[in-house]
Design a binder for this molecule. Structure first.
Ligand code: SF4
Ligand code: SF4
Length: 477
């Protein structure tokens, strides 16, 4: 068949991923990381073709591929390049990621063009994690393109865009930082969301309740991980930024690790079944499964998840099975963790009486922070209306100014310079933030963006911060 005929077939098919998601079909995405550049390209392409054939041959559940980009490895093929190995007539069924990690805005634009030329239609934009093993100094030397800048570029090319969020946050400030940023992504072109992997279903439900309260009826896909002993160790060693295992869950996993290999795997599959069925009953539109990139495993996972969707059709039935399977283990990693809603995971969404959000509670601000705030406010309250370079040395010594802004953000950000984020992100916290709101790159320090939310709560300016956060998608780029 000629290229032109293929193109016509492709055009006729429209965007099947979007159509399925918007029609309410529950979708299973099998996650596949783009391989390292040292892999044999021919062998990699053959592996991808075999996986695609298996995935598209699954009939029990609507299944496609999600190809991640630079996930923990910057020396890999870009997903937009690797996805060229997918069958051309089916590219609208799959999703690719574009990571801003170690990628300039110009390079991001080139990747978007590459994806458009290849007929790829569905893209999740992420800012990118730090590289495992790299510290503050190395990370600062890399440039990160923010997911919101990528979403704006993708929208101009009519891609169907997704945005990532990490709702497994346990302080009010780190949680609300994630929620605000997700809303901002929806205002800047994202039409669906992908949720970081986690096991705390109360947090998963709270996100759905929050979105409903904001009148945001956007399809959300929950990421799952098929755990292996090696993966458990790597998560516990902190190699997967933003992913947490609670002490209780760790105890369960330790017990399972003493089983035979077959029993361990059976336990993981049952957990995946329960999670997938639970996510659907909590209102999610699909799941994205990592760890099933071999065709045999993808097939088993799809069969088991499809079976679970048939097994659990009522929230109450699922909840009783889920609680007895986990023996009511505590999935929050910390005592006195913050939850936005009470009574989540006791009932499904109460249509008649929408749940009230909990207050963020008292805020701790040290004496030194208060002094710094007032000094910076006195000196820089007009900084957004001045030439950004003005008073650079003063701003550098008092507000850790890094320069290079088209407009200074200090007055909008409680006089905390967001550019001091090791990745230089200004739009809000990344998904790698720790569950207590510390920085992915420098865990000894609070994430700059969580700090801004905390100070705004102290000042009573949270509504203004939220409004500014939501409405200024392209500040000072
Ligand atoms: S936002 Fe930060 S880096 Fe930019 S001009 Fe203001 S203080 Fe300097
Ligand atoms: S400061 Fe926050 S947004 Fe920046 S790298 Fe650290 S955790 Fe991510």
């Amino acid at each position: 068949m000629s290229d032109m005929q293929l193109e016509m077939n492709f055009e006729q098919s429209g965007n099947r991923f979007q159509r399925h998601l918007e029609a309410g079909k529950f979708i299973l995405l099998i996650e596949n990381s783009s391989p390292g550049r040292d892999n044999d390209p021919q062998a990699s392409a053959e592996r991808l073709a075999a996986l695609e054939e298996t995935v598209l041959g699954i009939n029990d559940i609507c299944t496609a591929l999600a190809i991640t980009d630079r996930y923990n490895n910057f020396a890999s093929w870009r997903a937009a390049e690797y996805a060229a190995g997918l069958s051309r007539e089916n590219r609208d069924r799959h999703v690719i990621y574009i990571s801003g990690g170690d990628t300039s805005v110009e390079e991001t634009g080139n990747l978007i063009q590459l994806a458009a030329n290849a007929g790829l239609r569905n893209v999740v934009a992420v800012s990118g994690n730090k590289v495992a093993g790299e510290g503050l100094k190395e990370t600062r030397q890399r440039s990160f393109t923010e997911s919101i800048a990528t979403l704006q570029m993708l929208s101009q090319k009519n891609f169907y865009c997704g945005a990532a969020v990490n709702p497994y946050q346990y302080t009010p400030f780190s949680l609300m930082g994630q929620y605000y940023k997700l809303e901002k992504k929806f205002r800047n072109g994202a039409s669906f969301g992908v949720v970081q992997a986690g096991w705390d279903m109360v947090k998963a439900q709270s996100l759905q309740w929050y979105l409903r309260k904001q009148d945001l009826y956007v399809p959300m896909i929950a990421r799952l991980i098929w755990l292996t002993p090696d993966k458990v160790e790597r998560i516990l060693a902190g190699e997967y930024p933003g992913i947490t295992i609670s002490k209780d869950f760790q105890k369960i996993l330790n017990k399972e690790l003493r089983y035979s290999n077959n029993q361990f795997e059976a336990a993981q599959l049952r957990r995946l079944e329960l999670q997938a069925a639970g996510f659907r009953l909590l209102g999610y539109s699909g799941v994205q499964l990592a760890g099933a990139e071999l065709p045999g495993r993808a097939k088993i996972a799809a069969e088991r998840i499809a079976g679970a969707l048939k097994e659990f059709t009522s929230f109450e039935h699922w909840l009783s099975e889920y609680n007895s399977y986990l023996a009511r283990a505590e999935m929050a990693p910390f005592w006195r963790s913050f939850y936005l809603f009470d009574r989540a995971l006791i009932r499904s969404y109460p249509q008649d009486a929408p749940p009230e959000a909990n207050d963020m509670g008292p805020v701790q601000v040290s004496r030194m922070e208060k002094i710094r705030y007032h000094v910076r406010k006195a000196l820089f309250h007009h900084a957004d209306r001045q030439v950004p370079e003005s008073a650079f040395l003063l701003k550098k010594s008092i507000a850790l100014c890094r320069g290079n802004c088209s407009a200074c953000l200090l007055p909008q950000c409680e006089y905390v310079c967001p550019r001091n984020c090791p990745k230089g992100l200004i739009d809000g916290p990344c998904g790698g933030v720790t569950p207590l709101g510390n920085c992915e790159v420098n865990p000894a320090q609070e994430c700059r963006h969580c700090k801004i939310v905390r100070l705004a709560h102290w000042r009573g300016t949270l509504p203004e911060l939220e409004e500014r956060t939501l409405n200024k998608g392209n500040i000072s780029r």
